[in-house]
Design a protein around this ligand. Sequence first.
Ligand code: GDP
Length: 409
Amino acid sequence: MVYVVLAIVLVVLLAGGLAAFLLPRRRSAPPLPPTGQPTGQPTGRPAATGTLAPPTPTPPGTPVPEAATPAAATPEAATPEAATAELTAPEAAALEPALEIPAPTAGRLVRLRARLARSQSSLGRGLLGLLGRERLDDEVWEEIEDTLLQADVGVAATAEIVERLRTRTRVLGTRTEPDLRALLSEELVAALDPTADRTLHTAPAPDGKPAVLLVVGVNGTGKTTTCGKLARVLVADGRTVLLGAADTFRAAAADQLETWGSRVGARTVRSHAGADPASVAFEAVKQGIESHVDTVLVDTAGRLHTKTGLMDELGKVKRVIEKHGPVDETLLVLDATTGQNGVIQARVFTEAVDVTGIVLTKLDGTAKGGIVIAVQRELGVPVKLIGLGEGADDLAPFEPEAFVDALLG
Ligand code: GDP
């Protein structure tokens, strides 16, 4: 019996020991990760990769690693307004971009003459070389004619220039280089109609209302850039200017104009993309009258859709502006590099609105400077300004003598 009791006690002790050995090992097994939390990812940090779940919000008071802090979390850096709110007035003024003082317009073409280098070598030097030949036979005259045509002078003007040069060289006693240069210069200047009125009417009316300038042309010709440069020309000449961004078709046009204006202190009246151009133009002139500026410059859209559409739109812009008073200038912007095609496009505009002057842009990028002659003759409107580069002050009043002088080198 004693043996039986001892055997039972032994079995119980052995079972207890075995259980004590096994149970602690089970408890130390790793817990299962909570649903959605990647294993090994510290709480509060977004997973480097994978999109299992959004990062667990950090409990208040827990320091947040720098890389995980969005910029806006720093209150004082949240907005530029907040950043400048505590600045004193002089400090804030110092942050404003300084207004630029544009170069005076007088003699600009003379200063920019080097920009006509391409036309100078093809047209000016080409003609002088041919006229200087020992014998001026039919073949040479044909070459002279070709040179003029290639420079886009146009058929009618070329025929006239050649005819006059032929007659005058025949009667000229000597044919020295200075003589020939003077002769050619006279004929080219004459073809550019030096007596045409190229004045820009930008002065306010006697009743104090601002002069209104409408700028029209096909998109891409440099219309908005010209408005910006023209604002500078006017400011340089002592006028106060307000800009109207009525090219509501091209989304960036208003921003572009505003940037140009802000550089010289000219305010821009604008609306949202797709707004009615006529209402923007009306509002610009209204604000120009109220703020007593000298000149209001209105940029328009030049979509080459249907001729009727364009005529309707421009006609409406002009009529609506005229509720305030007359439009003083309608300037047509033409890209010189488009040659005779540009002249054909231009006709659509001259039929839609009463164009008073032409701005011929990109003359720096063409060897076809003769387009100035063709444009004036074919449209019957004087070239008043020329664009000679993308720089802010690369727009010059057109002067026939200085232009021809630059062409002949
Ligand atoms: P818009 O669509 O008619 O308003 O044309 P923009 O004013 O936007 O001008 C179109 C491009 O022509 C821009 O890149 C201008 O910098 C450029 N441009 C304008 N005028 C001249 C110029 O006289 N010479 C040169 N080289 N580029 C010009």
